[in-house]
Ligand binder design. Structure first.
Ligand SMILES: [Zn+2]
Length: 646
């Protein structure tokens, strides 16, 4: 059946709120062009046969009428929360009508807008262009989405459409040609397939951009939790045939994930769901949410290597959760009518923060993480936020408002700048809310009840957007249990306190402590990434080769004069190694001898003295028996595992 055009439920929340209403508001700028939604679809063909050469060739037939016209290329990519459309890699653009070239001129302010005049008598444009899937200047993920054996097509990289019309109102009929013998998967509905060519049902541009396609030489589509309707699939491509032979235990956990999410959210807002998954060391790591699918990118051994699988266990649960929290329920500032309208990220601590929380909880309830691994991961999250001096000047809300400038930043002085902390600190806030509800109701209610209230509103629906405001969050929390939720959230959003909100961990029956042994989770992380975590001791994060990543402001390393990007050449006169640095920390413990480091700042060398004697320190959660173990309760599966296995 046809994909429903996404539409806003005109709920009590925001009366008569529609894409078109938003567009009308946006259109207060001087545009003379008519913005009547077209009835004839744009026809788009994407030729992926040269994907291994990092070039995707597209052709569009765009219905038009005579007069001024602006074509737009998507700029504000949903889920990216920033203007990253890879416009710099849009090349070879030729616009023709009736066989003649039509001159065009780029907008001098909006780099994504192309102006032209449609001559009298012309009813359609032939537009051809190439997308160069090579590293570019916009920080886009689409640039690195092809390899010798696969391609992930996020359609925003290959679509042009008339400006000033809500993208939910522009119909488009897409088709693809893939390299010989490659197979593909997507949430789009195919209408015709012959050889390497596939055509898809006409859908709004919104739906097309929301429905990534994966194609590959080694590809499998695997049904998950087949007893559940709507139907769920894993669409996986790898770099070698064995990559797509997923272990039964992993597939079982993915099926459990579908069952757990269905039980937790008590609704679906899609007609089918596809976990698009690339397993490749060439194609970028990714996690991009959509209504009916998610674009997930893991290293080639990301599922088969146990450590890697543990470190990325939350990826699929996180992106899946976004179908409810982020796509269906969406902060009003992110519910934009098109990809030219700037987004406002102030509520990303709900969109991403609550998703981070449920992603980790669902990973554990599904068996992708053990409760122990969840706690070890949570200890790292809590410690890195608790020891982040940047929180004294930039509050949590500002990390969300500033999302578009914080994404993609480096580790260098990250503790002072802060980064997209609305993810991990959002997780702490929602854990705090969960344990608070459990305490207030003596275990009768939990954040599970809020999830149903907030995410199942309207029951089962096709892909639809229901926007919300801060007040809606407060009201829904109050409907679960009456409390000063406005004060609770405002305090955590605006606090400049020196410490992170650890109330959820404490009410959950644990406390954050440090000892001289990293957890297995942190060991795996360091083993995978390499390098040294001396952040909670001297205040340094160091890469394998001795290059300093982060220096904690106000720490002993800061006082000694260390700086990011410098290199530690020697420790106590011995050439740098991670183990050598750790030995020096051990030996200095309880003594008064400083640790001497020779550091280089390019070609300039100097000796720095670290006056630190506290030994190694790594974060852990320790059980606090004065409070009930709510964390373990939270992590228990909602669906009995034995029943689900049938
Ligand atoms: Zn997310």
């Amino acid at each position: 059946m046809p994909k429903a055009a996404p539409r806003f439920l005109a709920l009590l929340l925001v009366p008569s709120f529609t894409f078109s209403a938003l567009a009308a508001k946006h259109k207060t700028t001087a545009h003379n062009e008519a913005a009547t939604p077209p009835t004839t679809p744009i026809v788009l063909h994407v030729d992926l046969t040269d994907a291994p050469r990092h070039i995707l060739r597209a052709h569009e037939t765009i219905p038009v009428s005579a007069g001024a016209l602006t074509l737009e290329y998507p700029q504000w990519i949903p889920g990216d929360h920033r203007p990253t459309g890879p416009i710099d890699n849009l090349s070879g653009v030729f616009i023709r009508a009736n066989g003649k070239d039509i001159p065009w001129r780029r907008d001098e302010v909006d780099m994504y807008g192309i102006h032209l005049t449609v001559p009298e008598g012309v009813t359609s444009l032939d537009v051809s262009y190439d997308f160069l899937a090579v590293p570019g200047g916009t920080g886009s993920d689409e640039n690195d989405a092809t390899s010798a054996n696969m391609a992930v097509l996020e359609w925003n990289s290959v679509v042009l459409y008339p400006a000033h019309i809500p993208v939910a109102d522009i119909p488009i009929t897409a088709s693809i040609t893939v390299p010989e013998g490659w197979k593909s998967g997507t949430a789009l509905t195919p209408t015709q397939q012959s050889g390497n060519d596939t055509s898809f049902q006409t859908a709004p541009v919104y739906t097309l951009v929301d429905s990534p396609l994966i194609t590959g030489r080694y590809f499998r589509e695997i049904p998950l939790a087949p007893e559940i309707t709507p139907k769920h699939f894993l669409d996986v491509a790898g770099e070698a045939p064995e990559d797509v032979e997923i272990k039964p235990a992993v597939l079982d956990s993915f099926s459990r994930l579908v069952r757990e999410a269905s039980m937790l959210y008590q609704s679906h807002h899609y007609e089918t769901y596809h976990f698009v998954l690339s397993l490749s060391d060439t194609v970028r790591s990714e996690g991009l949410e959509h209504h009916q699918s998610s674009d997930n990118g893991l290293p080639e051994k990301g599922l088969s290597d146990e450590s890697m699988a543990m470190l990325d266990a939350d990826l699929l649960p996180h992106e899946f959760t976004h179908s409810w929290n982020g796509k269906y329920r969406r902060p009003i500032g992110l519910a934009t009518p098109d990809y030219a309208t700037p987004m406002r990220g102030d509520l990303l601590w709900v969109y991403e923060g609550m998703t981070q929380y449920w992603g980790d909880v669902l990973a554990t309830r599904s068996g992708l993480l053990t409760p122990e691994q969840f706690k070890e991961s949570l200890a790292l999250t809590a410690a890195s936020l608790d020891q982040k001096p940047g929180r004294t000047w930039r509050n949590l809300e500002d990390t969300a408002i500033a999302a578009q400038i914080l994404r993609g930043n480096t580790q260098n002085y990250g503790n002072w700048r802060r980064s997209q902390d609305y993810y991990p600190e959002g997780e702490l806030v929602w854990l705090d809310a969960d344990t608070t509800i459990r305490q207030l109701t003596h275990g009768q209610k939990s954040l599970n009840d809020f999830a149903v209230k907030f995410l199942a509103v309207g029951g089962n629906t096709p892909p639809t957007v229901v926007p919300y405001t801060f007040d809606d969050i407060v009201n829904d929390l109050n409907s679960v249990v009456a409390y000063d939720w406005r004060g609770f959230l405002t305090e955590r959003l605006t606090s400049h306190a020196n410490h992170a909100p650890l109330g959820g961990i404490e009410h959950g029956g644990y406390k954050l402590v440090y000892d001289d042994q990293p957890t297995k989770f942190e060991k795996a992380e360091l083993g995978y990434l390499g390098g040294l975590d001396a952040f909670y001791s001297v205040g340094l994060r160091v890469r394998k080769d001795g290059t300093i990543g982060d220096v904690k402001i106000f720490s002993d390393a800061d006082k000694a004069g260390f700086a990011p990007q410098w290199k530690i050449v020697a420790v106590n006169n011995v050439g740098y190694s991670d183990d050598g640095f750790k030995d020096a920390l051990k030996h200095a413990k309880g003594t008064s001898e400083p640790i001497e480091c020779i550091v280089s700042n390019d070609n300039h060398f100097r000796t720095l003295k670290l006056d630190y004697h506290g030994g190694e320190k790594y974060p852990h959660l320790e059980r606090d028996n004065s409070a009930p173990d709510l964390l373990n309760d939270i992590l228990k599966p909602l669906v009995p595992v034995t029943a689900a296995a049938k």
